[in-house]
Design a protein around this ligand. Structure first.
Ligand SMILES: Nc1ncnc2c1ncn2[C@@H]1O[C@H](COP(=O)(O)OP(=O)(O)OP(=O)(O)O)[C@@H](O)[C@H]1O
Length: 343
């Protein structure tokens, strides 16, 4: 198990990572997300042993690295996958994957598993971005790493390729049966690929949880906003289980079941995602005005200001075409519990 205890990293007087704690299961994939400059790459570099740590401990199997007794990178058996692929341009695919490998059987295994057999003799320049990243992954896994760190492996690829390759990478990591930490800027990627998601804010891990929990019951408003489109709706909530046995939250646009966070009670803010709402431009009693609309293909995303002053984002079918400035009726239509934050 890869274990990180109270890990802090300073650059000079500036603390960039603050008391990070996590433990990864044998084949677990942890997606690390957060705004630019929050410390994601620094964490990967610290885990790989490429930069010194200021406090805490990183351990895996038979080694433990501390500020006083650092374990050098070559003794950690870490595999790294970078966004720029980092392949040797003068070597073929086969030579890249087999680089410094005693047993080339594993190279064959990963080359075939990642669909690279026909490219064995090609040089990287001839390959597409997706193929290059598969070669980089095959090389990493052929060396039987004890854990894998991926630093935005898909960020140099186009959208269609990203979607398929993220699943190929996930499958390969699972087959390799190694823990992995995968840094991404893409919250959709984090939610769909990760076993767990860690959300960093200014060097502090704000939440480490399943994708569902990070999205539905975020630990903070920051996490709520970071993991997707989030609106906060004025609401009232009675936390007394005798008078409110179904945890009902009352709002101007409908009542829904709630999950109270941080002892929310009384006047509260309800976390509403765009798909928790309906929007009707032909309703006889509209309760809001459309501010703008974004066409998304299958759907349209609307920004609506309610007559009570709340701002909401609503995602509905593309068939529903209401223009900015027009009146419409917004209603809460969800049946699953929504997160309730104190004011
Ligand atoms: N070698 C360094 N010396 C001093 N400060 C650094 C150094 N490397 C990074 N930093 C600072 O540490 C902070 C975290 O940087 P880091 O690269 O880990 O962020 P990140 O979350 O990976 O960002 P991005 O998403 O933009 O890649 C930033 O404020 C950055 O400016």
């Amino acid at each position: 198990m890869l274990r990180v205890s109270d890990l802090s990293v300073n650059y000079g007087d500036t603390r960039v990572v603050d008391k990070l704690n996590l433990a990864l299961g044998q084949d677990e994939i942890l997606m690390l997300v957060g705004p630019t400059g929050c410390g994601k790459t620094t964490i990967l570099q610290a885990l790989a042993g490429l930069i010194p740590i200021s406090e805490g401990e990183i351990s895996l199997g038979n080694w433990a690295s501390t500020p006083k007794k650092p374990i050098p990178p070559e003794k950690r058996n870490v595999g790294m996958v970078f966004q720029d692929f980092a392949l040797f341009p003068h070597l073929t695919v086969q030579q890249n994957v087999c680089f410094r490998l005693k047993d080339t059987q594993l190279a064959d295994h990963w080359l075939s598993l990642l669909g690279l057999e026909n490219f064995r003799d090609a040089k990287p320049a001839r390959l597409s971005g997706g193929q290059k990243q598969r070669v980089a992954l095959a090389r990493t896994l052929a060396h039987e790493p004890a854990f894998v760190l991926l630093d935005e492996p898909l960020s140099n690829l186009d959208a269609a390729l990203k979607d398929s390759l993220r699943w190929e990478i996930r499958d390969a990591l699972k087959k390799a049966d190694v823990p992995a930490i995968w840094v991404t800027h893409d919250q959709e990627e984090a939610l769909s690929v990760g076993d767990r998601v860690g959300i960093l804010n200014k060097g502090v891990l704000e939440q480490l949880d399943t994708p569902e929990a990070c999205y539905s019951t975020p630990a903070s408003r920051f996490v709520a906003r970071f993991m997707g489109e989030a609106s906060f709706l004025q609401a009232s909530y009675d936390n007394n289980s005798a008078s409110n046995p179904n945890n009902t939250v009352i709002t101007d646009i409908g009542n829904v079941p709630g999950t109270p966070l941080h002892h929310a009670h009384g006047d509260v803010d309800l976390l509403v995602r765009p798909d928790d709402l309906s929007l009707n431009g032909a309703h006889p009693s509209p309760n809001g005005t459309v501010e703008w609309v974004r066409y998304e293909g299958e759907s349209r995303l609307y920004a609506v200001t309610l007559d009570n002053g709340s701002h909401l984002k609503v995602r509905v079918s593309h068939e529903n075409a209401i223009k900015p400035g027009e009146r419409a009726h917004v209603q809460l239509v969800t049946t699953h519990p929504l997160a309730v934050f104190p004011k």
